[in-house]
Design a protein around this ligand. Structure first.
Ligand SMILES: Cc1cc2nc3c(=O)[nH]c(=O)nc-3n(C[C@H](O)[C@H](O)[C@H](O)COP(=O)(O)OP(=O)(O)OC[C@H]3O[C@@H](n4cnc5c(N)ncnc54)[C@H](O)[C@@H]3O)c2cc1C
Length: 674
């Protein structure tokens, strides 16, 4: 069955298509002027067919009537056999066809019912066609019905408006529609809301499986006005620019080391923010472009607009670039992948004078003396690279560092950062921000209170909030369909298959309740979900255990599985054996970097053959080390498996193949040599 052309909201609303269609005896140029209209809850289209010019050598009765007194061949109509073929073709090539008249109230009633059911149908308005009466005569011959509306579903004659209403009442209409492919009923098989890591992956996979997909992505500007292109948080304001700025700061450290290795460099080296920022933004621009090309190649309809769910199959589209039109689209399935945005504290001056990670990476000026507020990985990573490129940097923390991560490792990161120029204000909460001086950067006074209730006041050029992120679940119409949220987190409640409480609506990525907020997690979830929706035999779900991650602080931190605290909580202290060891990267020896800074820790479950349930590493390239061991943990590796693995020398990673000191023993885990 031919798939109807879906509404393309970003193209003109009417399309002209010329088709050549041949009969046994002759061929004519047939012009089909298809005007697609959207109205509440449905999509309708009316086809007005006209012959442009035909080499008519045998006139029908119509030829005589329309030609009377005139000689023009343009008004000549085809013979009855051709009309029959035309009518049959319309019936055969559209899932639902309503032959109607614009003046007929029963036709309107029938169309209204189809619209209310979000059924896509083709309307042929007979009173608008020159050959309308011929169509009607042919329809009578075909069906015995001389009146309109004359309705066909799946090539079969249903009948009049009354027949349609009756079929609706006795549910046979639903069965007929269910037999049609979903794309014949809806504009799309799948609409994805959100073009970030998860949404893009799901849309591309569904398109790869031959499905008709639309993807919406729209970035609400930050309070400072920052906005960005297709790709979501990771590409534009997350993993990618963060890692590249981290790289800039690591290069600064390497410059110091380089001197020890014989490189003769000027005593003072200076970092240029603008050069770094522009180079990174150029790279991001190329990624944005790449995603657009991928979607175009895969025939995903990318719509740069804000989407709101109206009902379980209908999306309202608004804020389309400058042309603020609103329209509606329907889909059999909806995936929500709207991600999160940074949170601001409710204190005077926060939104007016503060920035977040949404602004930092594209800041047109060097931020200068910066206060990073929060103990999240985003706060520590940003503070780390800002200090690394030579800026005066302070982190204000209410309580612990890196909540949810292994606390021994988190504190070691804090210690390393303190030694490397980052100041920490622990036990402090900001209460107000005032502008002292405008500028780029400006100057701001930050007032805070510490644990003793004493006021702490200082001045900064930039205040960066990294106190957490809120899921984008408001304003997207979840209440219109009753999608359930966790009332505490406002994240979407999903089952193991990413399904919400509404059967055809799914949620992936950062907005899924209890889901790890990481790019590869969102991508994996999107891919598997699209396959599960569209390949009935495919049932694999995401395994959310033992997902590796890395914090890109100046001393990088990679981890998999349980933190020491969580392992003790879960299995009991007596069942947990912790092996640990400091290590000295060989590269650090020549420039005499500090010893006993880099650290490796394996947490094992004694009750289960010392299966490794927690892996932690602090040191250079922690992400690269951790990724490989993630496979081992996924495969259920035991401490014995680690011990029997031969290491690669000289690397940091080999430490994990030769760890023998347990915490319980109290022996020193410090480095003793090569
Ligand atoms: C500073 C920072 C550093 C990070 N570093 C890492 C890292 O190193 N490694 C890692 O794995 N993860 C990292 N993350 C997390 C990672 O970026 C996210 O987990 C990931 O981007 C989530 O993907 P998503 O698809 O759920 O949402 P997103 O990527 O956030 O995409 C959601 C998209 O939907 C759009 N949208 C929202 N509402 C609508 C609507 N109604 N209509 C249309 N479009 C809408 C949004 O504008 C956005 O473009 C980092 C995050 C931050 C903030």
């Amino acid at each position: 069955m031919k798939r109807l052309k879906p509404n393309k909201i970003d193209s003109s609303s009417s399309t002209d298509s010329k088709k050549t269609f041949s009969t046994k005896t002759r061929s004519h140029t047939f012009k089909s002027d298809t005007t697609q209209t959207t109205s509440s809850g449905g999509v309708s289209s009316s086809t007005d067919s006209k012959y442009l010019h035909s080499k008519v050598d045998a006139c029908s009765i119509d030829k005589q009537s329309s030609c009377s007194g005139k000689t023009s061949t343009l008004t000549m109509l085809p013979n009855i056999e051709e009309i029959k073929q035309e009518v049959q073709k319309i019936i055969d090539t559209h899932s639902v066809v309503v032959f109607s008249k614009t003046t007929c109230p029963f036709s309107d009633k029938a169309k209204d019912l189809l619209k209310s059911l979000s059924v896509k149908y083709e309307t042929i308005e007979l009173d608008r066609l020159d050959k309308g009466s011929k169509y009607q005569a042919v329809l009578k011959e075909l069906t015995g019905q001389s009146t309109v509306p004359n309705i066909f579903i799946n090539g079969r004659h249903l009948g009049t408006c009354d027949n349609l209403l009756q079929a609706h009442c006795d549910n046979s209409l639903r069965d007929m529609l269910n037999k049609m492919s979903t794309s014949a009923v809806f504009d799309y098989d799948l609409i994805v809301i959100g073009g970030g890591s998860g949404g893009l992956a799901a849309a591309k996979e569904a398109a790869h499986l031959g499905k008709n997909v639309a993807l919406f992505d729209y970035v609400e500007p930050s309070p400072l006005g920052s906005t960005w292109g297709l790709g979501g948080t990771c590409v534009n304001v997350g993993c990618i620019p963060k890692k590249l700025m981290h790289r800039a700061s690591i290069l600064g450290e390497d410059l110091h080391d380089a001197k020890a290795f014989g490189w003769e460099l000027p005593e003072k080296v200076h970092h240029n923010w603008e050069v770094m920022k522009n180079a990174i933004q150029d790279h991001i621009g190329s990624l944005n472009w790449g995603y657009r090309v991928q979607l175009r190649d895969k025939k995903v309809n990318y719509i740069n607009a804000y989407a709101v769910i109206l009902d379980k199959n209908t999306i309202k589209v608004s804020a389309i670039k400058k042309n603020k039109t609103e329209t509606k689209m329907t889909a059999a399935n909806i995936i929500i992948a709207t991600g999160e945005r940074p949170r601001y504290p409710d204190i005077p001056g926060a939104k007016e004078f503060g920035i977040t990670s949404d602004d930092l990476f594209s800041l047109s000026y060097c931020p200068g003396k910066t206060l990073c507020i929060g103990a999240s990985y985003v706060s520590l990573e940003c503070a780390g690279f800002l200090a690394g490129i030579g800026l005066d940097t302070t982190v204000m923390v209410r309580s612990i560092l890196l909540r949810g991560f292994d606390q021994q490792c988190s504190e070691m990161i804090g210690k390393y950062m303190s030694k490397h120029g980052v100041k920490f204000l622990r036990g402090c909460i900001p209460t107000k921000i005032e502008q002292i001086e405008k500028g780029q950067p400006g100057r701001y006074r930050v007032t805070a209170v510490n644990a003793d209730g004493a006021e702490v006041v200082d001045e900064y050029n930039t205040i960066l909030f990294a106190i957490g992120r809120d899921p984008c679940t408001r304003g997207i119409g979840l209440e219109n369909v009753g999608v359930s949220l966790n009332p505490n987190t406002q994240r979407v409640l999903v089952d193991a298959g990413e399904k919400t409480n509404i059967a055809n609506i799914y949620a992936i990525g950062d907005i899924g309740d209890t889901r790890p907020q990481l790019t590869p997690v969102a991508i994996h979830a999107g891919k598997l979900l699209a396959k599960r929706i569209f390949e009935p035999s495919f049932t694999t779900k995401v395994d959310y255990t033992n997902i590796a991650t890395t914090v890109f602080t100046p001393l990088e931190y990679g981890c998999i599985g349980y933190s020491e605290e969580a392992a003790i909580d879960k299995f009991g202290e007596e069942n947990i054996e912790v092996y640990h060891s400091f290590f000295m990267p060989l590269e650090w020896t020549v420039p005499h970097r500090e010893e006993n800074t880099c650290y490796a820790k394996l947490i094992c479950n004694k009750a289960d053959h010392e299966r490794v349930i927690g892996f932690h590493v602090l040191g250079p390239n922690a992400g690269e080390i951790t990724q490989g061991y993630a496979v081992a943990l996924k495969k259920g590796a035991t401490k014995e498996d680690f011990d029997s693995t031969i290491g690669i020398h000289p690397t940091c990673s080999e430490t994990f193949t030769s760890m023998h000191v347990t915490k319980r023993s109290g022996e020193s885990a410090e480095v003793t040599g090569c």
